[in-house]
Write a protein that binds this ligand. Structure first.
Ligand SMILES: CCCCC/C=C\C/C=C\C/C=C\C/C=C\CCCC(=O)SCCNC(=O)CCNC(=O)[C@H](O)C(C)(C)COP(=O)(O)OP(=O)(O)OC[C@H]1O[C@@H](n2cnc3c(N)ncnc32)[C@H](O)[C@@H]1OP(=O)(O)O
Length: 217
C-alpha cells in the first residue's frame, strides 16, 4: 500500500494550518514516566553508535545545514536510545553580555532531545520541555549535550538531557526533562505552510528522510 507521504505527493496541498490540533487545556502530563511505561526500543535499522544523524530538515533552526540563523547542531547516535551533540555558543546567541541566552540553550536541548526519534524510527514533537539552568554558559563555550529516552507510554516519549561544559564529563550547566508526542507525517503536512511543504516535497532527500520514519514495526 502506498505510504501516506506518497499519497500526498500525488495530490496538491490545498489546506494550510488546519485546525485539527485542538486548543487544548494546559497539559498536566508529568515529566517522569508512569509505572507502566515501557523501555524504549532501538530500531534495528537505527544509525550505528557514533554515526552522525544528519538533519531532519535542511531549514530547521536547530539542525538545518541550510538555515543561516540556526544552531547547526549535529547529533550522533549512542549505543542505546541516546544521542550526543555539541553546540558552540556564538556571539549571536547572547542574552547578557558574553553569556548564552537561556532560550537558545533550551532550543539546543530541545533539538538534541528531538533527534532521539531517529533511533526509534518515530516522528515526535515536543509536548512539554522543562529546563533547568544550573550555571551561566559563556560565549565560545562548547556545550556537550547528552540525551536519552527514559520510557515510552503509548505515544508519549519521556526523555532527559544534560549540557556539560569543559568536556563531555564536565559539570552540568543545563538540563532538561521532556515529553515528546509521537505524530504521523500528516502532522506536518496538515499544519505547515504550503510554500515550505511544497519545497520540502520537491526535495528527494527530504522525502526519503520523512519516509524513513513512516514504518515503525
Ligand atoms: C515532506 C515534509 C516532511 C516534513 C517532516 C520531515 C521530517 C520528519 C522527521 C522528524 C521531525 C520531527 C520533529 C522535529 C524534531 C526536532 C525539533 C525539536 C522538537 C520541536 O521543537 S517540535 C515543535 C514544537 N512542538 C509542537 O509544535 C507541538 C504542538 N502540539 C501539537 O501539535 C499537539 O498538541 C500534539 C501533537 C503534541 C498532541 O496532540 P494530539 O491531539 O495528537 O494528542 P492527544 O490529545 O491525542 O494526546 C495523546 C497523548 O499525549 C498527551 N499529550 C498531548 N499533548 C501533550 C503535551 N503538550 N504535553 C504532554 N503530553 C501531551 C496526552 O495527554 C495523551 O496522553 P494519554 O494517551 O496518556 O492520554
Amino acid at each position: 500500500m502506498a505510504s501516506s507521504l506518497a499519497r500526498r505527493l500525488g495530490a496538491p496541498v490545498t489546506a494550510v494550518g488546519s485546525a485539527h490540533v485542538s486548543a487544548a487545556q494546559p497539559s498536566k502530563t508529568p515529566l517522569v514516566p508512569p509505572d507502566d511505561a515501557v523501555a524504549p526500543v532501538r530500531h534495528p535499522e537505527a544509525p550505528a553508535p557514533g554515526e552522525l544523524l544528519g538533519s531532519h530538515y535542511a531549514q530547521c533552526f536547530g539542525c538545518g545545514g541550510e538555515q543561516p540563523h540556526g544552531l547547526h547542531l549535529e547529533a550522533r547516535a549512542g549505543e542505546g536510545v541516546n544521542v550526543t551533540a555539541e553546540f558552540t555558543v556564538r556571539t549571536a546567541h547572547q542574552g547578557a553580555p558574553g553569556l548564552a541566552h537561556g532560550g537558545v540553550l533550551a532550543t539546543a536541548l530541545d533539538e538534541t532531545l528531538g533527534s532521539l526519534g531517529w533511533l526509534m524510527h518515530v516522528i515526535a514533537v515536543t509536548g512539554r520541555l522543562e529546563t533547568e539552568f544550573v550555571a551561566p554558559v559563556p560565549v565560545d563555550t562548547v556545550l556537550h549535550l547528552d540525551a536519552r529516552v527514559t520510557g515510552v507510554h503509548g505515544r508519549k516519549i519521556y526523555c532527559s538531557a544534560t549540557g556539560r561544559i569543559g568536556g563531555p564529563e564536565g559539570p552540568v550547566a543545563v538540563r532538561a526533562d521532556a515529553v515528546f508526542i509521537e505524530v504521523k507525517v500528516e502532522h506536518f503536512l496538515d499544519n505547515g505552510r504550503n510554500e515550505e511543504i511544497q519545497a520540502a516535497m520537491s526535495d528527494p532527500d527530504q522525502v526519503r528522510r520523512a519516509r524513513a520514519f513512516e514504518v515503525n514495526p
